[in-house]
Design a protein around this ligand. Structure first.
Ligand code: GDP
Ligand code: GDP
Length: 436
């Protein structure tokens, strides 16, 4: 479970500058769900052995009348999701009324809050922070997000109470079973599906073994096979929540994706594909998770709507075409059982082991079928392949001048390996190493 850091503050204090410095923005995911807090960005960062998640809450309106409302709308949910709040202020602007209003909120919120004075470049630290003691949030910490001044030291300090990442992400894989994450935007039918999956006749649900932050892990057994379902929909907490907006959490979703072996991404045939579905799928892919696609609410759908959904998927989800696609009705239970064989197959592919001998033979066959190109008068050589990891499978290829290998050739190799090894439902990664 990564610690979650929320960046909070007025517009223009430097939140997105700090966000970009802390995260590999390639991973960033934008929360743009209708009816939810807008403009929140989520990204992953790492300091040494400590991974963390950062939320940029977007600007809080400087409009004094609206600030309570804006605060509630923009940031309260993010603050709720966070373990740590970095409250950012601007050394050049001094204390503004909006800063005071935000400080009042944070004081009653009791979340661990750090007061961060940004844009301290060109000033003595003591002078930069002097005004901000008045906010009553303890020691102000001077940084300059743009130049990196004190940023690493601050984050080290902030993360001190949190443990280092453990080596084994999935201990005892076999005993505890395939870990299935059920993810999707609000209202696509996740809780209905979770209930359906657990409600099947031959399913035995065990006592809740562990509840993580909010994503709940539900161990169960089906036909003698153990599974763990990672529920992001919060079915067990229904009584505590009233609004869809409250029950949905991007952090839970990101945690579930990181901690599952196979992600079942639920899409809604009635509302069609939307941008957020693509963001989620992209995150599943960059995380290297195995994937099964479930297009829900297929019941009673007009023929025309069905065709449109199929066409949309074909056109826009080409990047996920290695995944099995199911058209289901969680409400009626139609085709829900078919998800299991796909989940098993994706898991088997994601965790398969191939000998160096097998992979090297396969590589050599591929190379003799289709030679890599010449570079600077010398042919690129690919000699040997071995497996460097699983879930997702990583194939390490050794040769010469591999840096110059064209993308088209890498695609050829990926497709060949995928086909010959019958890899289905998981991304497959390649790493190329040159001897000289
Ligand atoms: P946000 O609205 O809080 O996300 O603020 P931005 O990150 O967009 O930054 C607002 C402006 O402040 C931009 O022009 C940044 O280049 C500038 N800025 C951010 N950090 C620093 C800093 O450490 N020093 C200085 N001088 N400018 C900064
Ligand atoms: P979640 O927010 O993703 O957990 O979605 P819910 O499971 O709460 O479902 C949202 C709404 O969609 C509810 O009104 C469900 O009854 C409805 N729903 C879920 N699955 C189906 C389905 O397969 N067909 C139809 N027609 N409605 C469904």
């Amino acid at each position: 479970m990564n610690p979650v850091i929320a960046l909070v503050g007025r517009p223009n204090v430097g939140k997105s500058t700090l966000f970009n410095r802390l995260t590999r923005s390639r991973d960033a995911i934008v929360a743009d769900f209708p009816g939810l807090t807008r403009d929140r960005h989520y990204g992953n960062g790492r300091l040494g052995n400590k991974p963390f998640t950062v939320i940029d809450t977007g600007g809080i309106s400087g409009d004094e009348l609206g600030i309570d409302a804006a605060m509630a709308e923009q940031s309260l949910l993010a603050i709720d999701e966070a373990d740590i709040v970095l409250f950012m202020v601007d050394a050049r602007a001094g204390v503004m009324p909006a800063d005071e209003a935000i400080a009042n909120h944070l004081r009653v919120n009791r979340k661990k809050t750090w007061l961060v004075v940004n844009k301290s470049d060109g000033q003595q630290e003591e002078i930069a922070i002097a005004d901000f003691w008045a906010l009553g949030l303890g020691d102000p910490h001077a940084i300059a997000a743009e130049h990196g001044r004190n940023v690493t030291a601050l984050i080290e300090h902030v993360l001190e109470p949190f443990p280092e990442e453990s080596e084994e992400t999935h201990p005892d894989l076999i005993a505890s079973g395939v870990r299935i994450g059920i993810v999707g935007r609000p209202n696509v039918g996740k809780s209905t599906l979770v209930n359906r999956l657990l409600g099947e006749e031959r399913v035995v649900v065990f006592d809740e073994a562990g509840t993580t932050r909010d994503a709940i892990e539900i161990p169960f057994e089906r036909r003698g096979r153990p599974y763990v379902l990672i529920d992001t929909a919060g079915i067990r907490r229904r009584k505590n929540v009233s609004l869809t907006a409250e029950k949905f959490s991007i952090i839970k979703t990101l945690d579930a994706i990181r901690e599952c072996n196979v992600a079942v991404v639920v899409l809604d045939a009635r509302s069609g594909l939307v941008e957020q579905d693509l963001h989620l799928l992209d995150y599943v892919l960059t995380s290297g998770r195995a994937l099964v696609l479930a297009v829900n609410k297929w019941d009673g759908l007009e023929q025309e709507a069905k065709e449109k959904m199929r066409a949309d998927i074909k056109r826009r989800l080409g990047f996920a075409d290695y995944a099995d696609l199911h058209f289901i009705s969680a409400l009626h239970g139609t085709a829900v059982g078919d998800l299991y064989p796909s989940i098993e197959r994706a898991f088997a592919s994601a965790t398969a082991h191939w000998s160096t001998n097998r992979l090297t033979t396969l590589l050599q066959d591929a190379v003799s079928e289709h030679q890599p190109p010449m570079v600077h008068g010398r042919r690129i050589k690919l000699r040997m392949a071995h497996q460097g990891g699983s879930n997702p499978p990583l194939i390490v290829v050794h040769g010469n001048q591999t840096d110059a290998l064209p993308d088209a050739y890498k695609r050829f190799l990926t497709n060949t390996f995928r086909k010959v090894l019958k890899v289905r439902g998981t991304p497959i990664r390649f790493e190329f190493r040159s001897g000289k």
